[in-house]
Design a protein around this ligand. Structure first.
Ligand code: FAD
Ligand code: NAP
Length: 555
């Protein structure tokens, strides 16, 4: 779409004006409201503008960047290589940007996203420090009335939730948390000013990806670090390092090829997937493969064999390898055992962690690992923490306790669809969507990386680009046909939800208490939220579009 087709623009604008007239207070009119200014919101704005739409982003944070704006804890970096964890939509952008490390750190990713905002002059259409509080669909006008905590009232044809899968922090209700006299930090809402732990006693709760990145760095600063671990995690060294400029140039010379290859992979990036089963090769061959992957580093470890995430016996060969590595790295055998996942645990069932010196950190004399599975945290006290067995004293408490993932940020907005039903009511038993893009009863509302799409199981930038482009094309189609409304049908949604579950159940993913299942948040319905398999998903989306938005009702 190059811009509004003139004869249709009139009808479009009519819709706009009638919506404005229904509102008692001053309301701005837009074609689209975008909520969130991370990778997703920024690209969505750029794309819609390119189609001649009037769009505006509302972002709760005081800057752009989303995940990379909020997660400023020491050691925060990506776990998909930067050459892939970046936009590909504009070759000029990917050619001009230079990454300094294989896995870039948070400040560099923030610089990149600020560069994107500047390069495409996005800021004039971004309202920062503005949280969208409600979005109500008006049946009469087929428009969304959106309100913010700053008193904005906006009416738009489309409401696009680019609110992120990991943007609502999860803080468990530890008794006494408010009584703690020292500083409290959450990794997902880290302060902007530098935080110095020198000379301090620090307690950190959690051993997920965030903690695993932060612990080695904080341990070097702190007088003492207590790590409160409920579940030991599988982690593989990132083998991070500076990105050789020559290597970078060589990649850039064939960037299109790398991007194409990544998009054809189940996880949307090049994990060098071996098509063999772990069980069809000799033990020696397997060991050599795992060793080579361990030296290469990071998430491609899970690409060692095709059945690692589908067959428990195959998975156990990889899990046992990681446990042996932990036993080699950690000098105290008791500590090594405590840091080792159980043989019943599935490697990669919770997201595999990618670390820089995590297990090595437990060889330091100023680090204490505390098992809060056998003796759970009973209370946070003014001076530290008590478990059923012991008390611990520290000056600073870090909550590395993760996120209310995938649905948290959507459900924190009062979203009401046709007939006034809220999204919370519709999702009382877990999220149900068509393609993770749309929900029955919520016309003209799109989600980027919504539950039911590959999202968090992929290189998210690739998934985000695919969603943004699909949504922009869909809106372009509606405009070209003079249509004002699109809504998923119940049959299409039911079939899709059943398919998402069927695919998940064919894998080992539902076998652990992961945030993919909502299991980390007490009371959250247990539903496997992401869709496993990027290429078949893209094929389905393309098919839906090419068949005139099959499974949607247009009007
Ligand atoms: P976000 O970046 O989360 O942006 C959403 C924005 O919406 C936020 O800024 C939020 O403030 C805003 N928002 C939410 N609700 C409202 C509201 N009601 N009103 C206004 N604004 C609102 N993925 C990978 O693929 N590879 C990685 O290496 C990787 N590393 C990660 C590291 C960390 C520490 C974390 C937490 C996640 C990581 N992820 C990674 C996942 C990451 O979230 C995505 O890659 C990506 O950044 C998501 O972009 P987004 O724009 O969809 O969402
Ligand atoms: P997380 O993986 O959900 O980890 C949370 C940790 O807190 C877990 O160890 C959990 O233990 C623990 N925890 C939660 N509630 C607890 C309680 N009541 N008592 C004791 N322990 C408790 O969260 P995260 O580390 O922030 O990571 C979330 C996701 O963000 C990752 O999976 C990844 O997708 C992304 N991320 C990526 C990177 C990267 O490498 N690029 C870095 C950070 C985050 P249990 O396991 O027992 O529940």
């Amino acid at each position: 779409m190059e811009g509004p087709v003139p004869e249709l623009a009139h009808r479009w604008r009519l819709g706009v004006e009638s919506a404005a007239m229904t509102n008692a207070t001053a309301t701005s009119e837009l074609d689209a409201v975008i909520v969130g200014a991370g990778f997703a919101g920024l690209y969505m704005l750029h794309k819609l503008r390119g189609s001649g739409l009037r769009a505006r982003i509302f972002e709760a944070g005081s800057g752009v960047g989303g995940t990379w704006f909020w997660n400023r804890y020491p050691g925060a970096r990506c776990d998909v290589e930067s050459m892939e964890y970046s936009f590909k939509f504009d070759d000029a952008l990917q050619q001009e940007w230079k990454w300094s490390e294989r896995y870039s750190e948070q400040p560099e990713i923030m610089r990149y996203l600020n560069h994107v905002a500047d390069r495409y002059e996005l800021r004039r259409d971004i309202a920062l420090e503005t949280r969208v509080t409600s979005a109500h669909f008006d049946e009469g006008t087929s428009r969304w009335n959106v309100s913010t905590d700053r008193g904005d009232r906006v009416s738009a044809n489309f409401c696009i939730m680019a609110t992120g899968c990991l943007s609502s922090t999860n803080t468990p209700e530890f008794p006494g948390l408010d009584s703690f006299a020292g500083r409290v930090f959450h990794t997902g809402k880290w302060p902007h000013e530098p935080i110095d732990f020198t000379g301090r006693r620090v307690g950190i709760i959690g051993t997920g990806s965030s903690a695993i990145q932060a612990i080695p760095i904080i341990a070097k600063q702190a007088r003492h670090l207590f790590v409160f671990q409920r579940t030991p995690n599988f982690s593989v060294p990132a083998q991070n390092g500076p990105l050789d400029p020559e290597v970078q140039e060589r990649i850039k010379a064939h960037y299109g090829e790398l991007r194409r290859l990544g998009s054809q992979m189940p996880f949307g990036f090049d994990v060098q997937l071996n098509e063999k089963s772990a069980l069809e090769v000799s033990e020696a061959e397997r060991e050599a493969e795992y060793e080579q992957r361990w030296k290469h580093g990071g998430l491609p470890f899970l690409g060692s064999y095709a059945d690692l995430l589908y067959n428990k016996e195959a998975n156990e060969t990889a899990a046992a390898f990681i446990r042996r590595k932990i036993a080699e790295i950690v000098k105290d055998p008791k500590l090594a055992a405590l840091l080792s996942p159980e043989p019943t645990d599935v490697a990669g069932c919770k997201r595999l962690c990618s670390d820089s010196g995590y297990f090595e950190t437990f060889n330091r004399s100023n680090v204490t690992l505390v098992d809060v599975r056998s003796a759970p945290i009973e209370a946070i006290t003014p001076t530290g923490l008590s478990t059923g067995k012991e008390t611990f004293a520290f000056d600073d408490l870090i909550l590395a306790t993760g996120f209310d993932a995938m649905t948290g940020s959507l459900l924190r907005v009062d979203i009401r669809g046709a007939g006034g039903a809220t999204l919370g009511e519709r999702w009382a038993e877990g999220p149900r969507t068509y393609l993770g893009l749309s929900v029955v009863g919520f016309p003209n509302l799109f989600m980027i990386s919504g539950p039911g799409s590959p999202s968090v199981l992929t290189n998210m930038v690739v998934s985000i680009e695919q969603h943004v482009e699909w949504i922009a094309e869909c809106i372009g189609y509606l405009r070209s046909k003079g249509l004002a409304r699109i809504e998923a049908t119940l049959d299409a949604q039911n079939d899709w939800v059943a398919h998402v579950n069927e695919v998940a159940d064919s894998s080992l993913y539902p076998r652990c208490n992961s945030w993919y299942l909502g299991a980390n948040v007490p009371g959250k319905p247990r539903v496997f939220m992401p869709y496993l398999g990027f290429p078949p998903y893209v094929e389905k989306c393309n098919q839906v579009a090419s068949r005139g938005y099959e499974g949607f009702r247009l009007g």
